[in-house]
Design a protein around this ligand. Sequence first.
Ligand code: DGJ
Length: 760
Amino acid sequence: MQTTDLIQVDQQHLVFHLHNDKISYLFRVIPEIGQLENYYYGPRIQQPSLDGHLNERELRPGNNLLTGNYTTSLEAIRQEYPVFGTTDFRQGAYAIRYPDGDEITAFKYASYQVTAGYPDLGELPHARYGDETAATLTITLHDENSPLTLQLHYTINTTNALIIRSSTFSNSPQSETTYQLTKALSANLDLPNADYDLIHLHGAWAKEMQIQRQPLMVGRMSIDSDRGASSHQHNPFIALAATNADEQQGQVYGAALLYSGNFLAQVEVDNYAVTRLSLGISPTQFTWQLTPGTSFQTPEVVLSCTTTGLNGMSHEFHDFYRRHLIDQRWADQPKPILINNWEATYFDFNETKLLQLATKAQAVGLDLFVLDDGWFGRRDSDTGSLGNWTVDRHKLPAGLPHLVSAIHQLGLKFGLWFEPEMISTDTPLFQAHPEWRLGHPDKNISHGRNQYVLDFSNPQVVTAIFEQMAAILHSTKIDYIKWDMNRYISEAFSPYLAAQQQGELYHRYIMGVYHLYSLLAQSFPELMIESCAGGGGRFDAGMLYYAPQAWASDDTDAIERLKIQYGASLGYPLQAISSHVSAVPNHQVGRITPLQTRGDVAMFGTFGYELDITKLSEAELAQIKRQIAFVKQQQHLLLTGEFTRLASPFTSNQPAWQVYDRQSGRGLIAAYQILSPANPPYRRLRLQGLDPEQTYQLTRIDAHYQLGQPILVHGDELMNLGIIFSEDYSERTADYWNRPQPHDFASQLFALKAVADLQL
Ligand code: DGJ
């Protein structure tokens, strides 16, 4: 499909049709009032007729009316980007405060423009790459009550069932007035019915990405974060799934914000069963001064529409992020399999201990050694030293370059932990610049984990932290950074910003974070960064733009991780989800799980280890070696194949998922068992998304990662009849008593390979 075909404009009726082979997005300008009305967002429509049947109009007594007729009330119109309080009493997508104190806007359609490619939003995360396969429609509206301009951007590409939206507010250079933007969401979608369930991901520290699904109600439901980060509590990703939709079928709208700061996702159902979905920066404590000649650009929202269930929605997000969001230096590339010393040593380490860990890591085939918290200042606990990014000579007397070169000599890469946004009061940086801490100097400033947040809205602060980090990165070859962030912003106040700009703090803060990422990427182009925020406290698509993978949770227990990773996969590709094998009993929940299960869960993500490998037995080390070799062999498939959820750990004792690559015909299936039942019912696992006519070799992978005897089977059989698990002991009852012991927390892998023909 040509990009010129992606956006059709009926210039006479001012109807805009964005479409590719999968979706159509249709809206128009209402001639009498110059406002934008949504017609349709759904599966592809070949050629919408324009004879008026798309207009939904009903005389509704009680409406306030914009014009002389009785049907032009914005309350009754499905709008593109509504405002509260003219004739619409639902929640608006934006609000502007005028010098008189009123909020009465009157934006009217002025013009449109179609351009090739994705808009470039500078350091604000945005869709990118493959401009030749995307087109953007920009609608410009002028406010009748001010010199303000509003631009709505809509991007569509040739392959994905989604559109990308954002908005730009501008104050004319000729203007003499500053206007206050008090709300600026990124997009709004009014849908003509309300038969949906709202699905979102909620949680807390060590239990992120829990899936909640509940029917919409008449009224408002909202999910947000006002913590200065997207947060553990709610993720800036939601879905509206048709009430009959499940993982495999049914219509689903997905909405994700490419942003890491405060957000609001809101769904409002009116009294006529119209659903309003809106998403963007949270309006809590948000006010932006639109001074003459300036603009405010909202983050982008990705809005998907699919009819193949939740898996279909996830496939679109996964594919889109891999190709159009994640930095192409890292997307789909082999990921170093790492060992992190955090759960192995916490703060208690020295060079000898680290080199012992690294030596063992090298022996089992690991690629990267990550030195976590505690290497700098005098940090023997979490009570100080943040902001003093100089090596602790008590722990590493020979210095960091000495350690790094020893690790490089072992053939491993080296990674280092930073928490750049934080400050401890016992540091030279705080002594020199107490005003660089966020908080009002005369009011209470709360700590979190004994630390304070630096004022990243102040460019000097970002530069100073960059310089400290750059000094370390120049001192030796560091291949990887784990960028952590362990507390939220409270008592928000910037000593740097003027009084009238305090409402800009949260957004300026996160732009400061993005700026530091950009500076690091420019100065150290080979440096890979993993994002982290006490686990998954800032696991979002904005971070994914800068950091190709994110530590999903501080909960490393394999059974808990089934839920966390399953939930995360709703909106994020496996290659973004960092997952490690850790020690047993597990440090968070005390559970003992087999090493095989820990590996079989963690490999469905960006794989690594986080345990004291020097304390393992020879048998365990041998198993880890086999595990690593297996993951390396399967890594391309795991990172780039289509990931499909088969059975949910939230509802099933036997969760399962698969990865399948249509091109190579290869797949990997994982079936887990949480608790082992006695005398269980039959178990069949139906696969998804295979070619029904294709012959496949299905091979059970044993506990030592050896392939068993393959069987040949057709795709339709695997999808309809499924894999049968039970072994047939009926002819050999004696064997039953000698069978391998079933046990709790078990896992089972199967490999799939398309072969030329069925030769049974
Ligand atoms: C929180 C992170 O999520 C952990 O992995 C670890 O890096 C600690 N912080 C270190 O303080």
